[in-house]
Design a protein around this ligand. Sequence first.
Ligand SMILES: NC(=O)c1ccc[n+]([C@@H]2O[C@H](COP(=O)([O-])OP(=O)(O)OC[C@H]3O[C@@H](n4cnc5c(N)ncnc54)[C@H](OP(=O)(O)O)[C@@H]3O)[C@@H](O)[C@H]2O)c1
Length: 283
Amino acid sequence: MVQKLTKESTVKLRNGEDIPVIGLGVYKNELQSCHDAVIEALNVGYRLIDSAAVYGNEDICGKAIVEWCEKTGHKRTDVFLTSKLATTGSYEETKAAIRSSLHHCGTYIDLYLIHSPAGGKEHRLESWRAIEEFIDRGDIRGAGVSNYGIKHLEELFASNPRYLPVVNQIELHPFLTQEPIVDWCREHDIVVEAYSPLTRGKRLNDPKITRLAEVYGVTPAQLLLRWSLQKGFVPVVKSSHKERIEENFEVFDIELSDRCVQKLDQFNENWHTDPTWDPTQSD
Ligand SMILES: NC(=O)c1ccc[n+]([C@@H]2O[C@H](COP(=O)([O-])OP(=O)(O)OC[C@H]3O[C@@H](n4cnc5c(N)ncnc54)[C@H](OP(=O)(O)O)[C@@H]3O)[C@@H](O)[C@H]2O)c1
């Protein structure tokens, strides 16, 4: 029997760490709004916060997490913080970028991702080597990749890394199911995180989605997040509104039928929220 997901559910990563099954993303969320969103999310029960150097809010996230833990008596280890390397580069450039992220976060990083494979093979592999050094030191607990296509993953595995990636974070929703990459990750024990799980709001009013949401008596956002969870992905969803942060976490009492999940799978159009950007194809 498949175990029922709850608000406390986590997925075991290959490094032994537990990642919460859903997270709050903070892309394009800055200053007070970002701080309030993180605090609100933690109060509601989210335990995964997904930041990145390029979002310019690592410091806000780090501070909000520490502040919330102090105020509520939680331990830092109760929260899972992700950040990302802005661009791949040389070994030394990457080390400097990681030091900067650690400085801004003000705390260790649970999961550090290479944000995108852009930059070429040499830089991808050098960056990975630098990240490994910070895992040895304990400043980074686990490392992963984002926007990696199969060729980038194969390249990394072929380089005999000391640590293998625990996560690949890619854009995923019913209009972009990226099955070959997802299957590759599953076969190699890499957890798949789904970014832009709500299509950045662009397809929430699609009649195919609203019709199914109505059948289940849920909102379109909840339908998409539930699809993501039942596919076994870890969705990271962004909102800067209290009510939506709550709504997006109220997905544990919903159960889509297998038929509904398959129907949603069939909506795949290889449609990217940014039609000009498919990083999984980078050289
Ligand atoms: N690795 C990467 O390259 C990458 C790329 C993109 C995103 N990400 C990560 O994934 C996270 C989520 O992706 P995303 O921000 O692109 O898009 P998303 O989560 O799919 O959608 C966010 C948009 O949907 C709106 N929204 C949120 N909840 C809603 C609800 N219940 N009903 C209606 N609208 C709702 C938000 O507006 P309000 O804020 O106004 O509520 C926002 O405009 C990011 O924040 C980031 O952490 C990673």
